[in-house]
Design a protein around this ligand. Structure first.
Ligand SMILES: Nc1ncnc2c1ncn2[C@@H]1O[C@H](COP(=O)(O)OP(=O)(O)OP(=O)(O)O)[C@@H](O)[C@H]1O
Length: 288
């Protein structure tokens, strides 16, 4: 890590007797893409809103770009980008007018037309927001989140409603921002999105972090049993093993070459995620 963008110690937030965030510790490095995963009601939005300075916490220490978000300054706000849900107050403005309007609020913004191109809306630049589809509106939200050229970008469910091509294009945009050194904190329900984008992920369940690490190794994924499957005597055969290479070598010898329809798979991020989430005894928030 080249320094720390976000540091959280013992973060706690209750709503009445619900412990929405129950002692979370986080360290996000400058330039990292960090994904927060978790089921509905896990405490993701509450955590992120505290980091953004939009929600009070009950306890814990929080530093975001060296500032406690409890006391945000104008300068700090300009360094932090947030992709909010679409506001309706600019529905009568065009895409370009909206992006330019927001650009003017920042001390050093990105070029509006460049940002519009990056989110794939050049052809819609002259269209009024109210005439856009849901996915196109969401792309405007993303444009507004990055227009201020933030050092740290919060993305809450950024690609909900995107078609597959728009998602891929969005991923490219995020990778480009990351390559430029932007730190990105992403909450998502799409495991493939976390896998495609995140350097590290944290899985939150019932207000606590239940696992944290690189997507490829989360929850012992890389060393978990592999499933080896192939076709033999007209049927599909499948075994689970910790030594798939040895199994493949045996099969190769037995078939004297190509093994019919051979596949070797480890648990997907989704498999590991569901195991982690289901390890909790119930899926609802427990009262304190
Ligand atoms: N303003 C509020 N008042 C009371 N309870 C709240 C409030 N906001 C959130 N909660 C509760 O806190 C818990 C965590 O909610 P939060 O919105 O942080 O979850 P989340 O992980 O973002 O969920 P989702 O994936 O559904 O967006 C939930 O039990 C929710 O009902």
């Amino acid at each position: 890590m080249n320094g720390t963008a976000v540091s959280v110690r013992g973060l706690t937030k209750r709503y009445g007797d619900v412990r929405a965030v129950d002692g979370i510790d986080l360290e996000i490095g400058t330039g990292e893409v960090f994904a927060i995963l978790g089921p509905n009601g896990a405490g993701k939005s509450t955590t992120v809103e505290i980091l953004e300075g939009y929600r009070e916490r009950d306890a814990g220490e929080v530093s975001v770009l060296g500032t406690d978000p409890r006391h945000p300054t104008r300068l700090w706000r300009s360094r932090v980008g947030i992709v909010l849900q679409t506001a309706n107050d600019t529905a009568e403005l065009t895409v370009r007018e909206t992006v330019r309007h927001f650009a003017a609020m920042y001390p050093s913004s990105r070029d509006p037309d460049e940002v519009i191109a990056k989110v794939g809306l050049t052809e819609k630049a002259r269209t009024r927001l109210r005439q856009l589809s849901g996915g196109q509106r969401r792309r405007v939200d993303v444009a507004l989140g990055v227009i201020g050229d933030p050092e740290l970008l919060f993305l809450d469910e950024p690609t909900t409603g995107f078609d597959p091509e728009a998602r891929r294009r969005f991923w490219e945009l995020i990778r480009g921002l990351s390559d430029d050194g932007t730190t990105i904190v992403l909450t998502t329900h799409y495991l493939d999105e976390a896998e495609a984008l995140a350097d590290r992920v944290a899985v939150i369940a019932k207000g606590r972090i239940v696992a944290e690490g690189e997507p490829a190794t989360l929850g012992g994924r890389a060393s978990a049993k592999a499933a080896v499957s192939w076709l033999e005597d007209g049927g599909r055969r499948r075994i689970e093993t910790r030594t798939p290479t040895a199994t493949v070598l045996e099969l190769t010898a037995r078939f004297d070459g190509e093994v019919p329809e051979l596949t070797v798979t480890r648990p997907s991020l989704e498999d590991v995620y569901l195991d982690l989430i289901n390890a909790s005894p119930d899926s609802e928030q427990r009262p304190s």
